[in-house]
Design a protein around this ligand. Sequence first.
Ligand SMILES: [Zn+2]
Ligand SMILES: [Zn+2]
Length: 341
Amino acid sequence: MVLDRLCSLEKNKRPLKLVDLPDPVPGEKEILIRVLTCGVCHTELDEIEGRTPPPHLPVILGHQVIGRVEGTGSQARTYNIGDRVGVAWIYSACGRCTFCLAGNENLCDEFKATGRDADGGYAAYMTVLEDFAFPIPSIFSDSEAAPLLCAGAIGYRSLRLTGITNGQNLGLTGFGASAHLVLKMVRHRYPKAKVFVFARSERERNFSRELGAVWAGDTSDESPEKLDCVIDTTPAWKPIVEALKNLEPGGRLVINAIRKEDTDKDYLRRLDYPAHVWLEKEIKSVANVSRRDVREFLELAAEIPIQPEVQEFPLQDANQALIELKTRKIRGAMVLRVEQA
Ligand SMILES: [Zn+2]
Ligand SMILES: [Zn+2]
């Protein structure tokens, strides 16, 4: 399923086209992967609508890829044919710059994203450097594993960046795929931490309570206790302003969103310095993921274990899945299944 032109999903409900392409050939240190499943992510909407545009078109989207190794380059020795592997948002990084050497390869100038800067998993086959593929714990099915690779790994990084300790209060603004995985991680790793959820729909609020949130309210509600940290996973600005008012002095807001939409940008005018910013409150964004985040999260997810709720679509229905994601019709994560011919 190929994206050959950026467009608005309001005007064009079928941005991706099913085409027949030659199978990719792995380079020396690459592996060829036969794709089994690929998760559908909000970032794909940002790519299609031009908020984080692919540098070259046409491109194959998809960065939560589960597949089997089908071929290896002459210098690729880590995996055997038939091994199950995953590919996440991090497709490659230079490995030599100060960021890479310090373990912050997610900030590398040459960071390449799967399904944006290189062809991804909305396809029957893809190639990737063997060092940027991950073994997948056997506890997960092909569909369950896919959403862990993005929503889970980025959720894990967001949680790391909050600096939370056991017993502290964490807020979650928005309760989609990533946030619900964060809640499960917190319950396991920081059992004394209390989680407060801010979501627009009653359905999401109920879901969060079922998963162990101590409180759930609307985006602009005041939380019953001040929060040490908040993770925002929404595409909007209102939750940013509203979350800042609930932070403790010295608290940190972590924004886990690759881009914000412009629709409610005016809400930022309500930012009141004493109420929202004063007393050393911090705002930090989350950019991409490192391989460490993906590896550590997969281990943690298998240990908990986290088994995401998923809804499957055949690959050729990718457009329908994207529209349903855009209009938030679905609870849990969406996964494309590639049916092999
Ligand atoms: Zn993603
Ligand atoms: Zn680098």
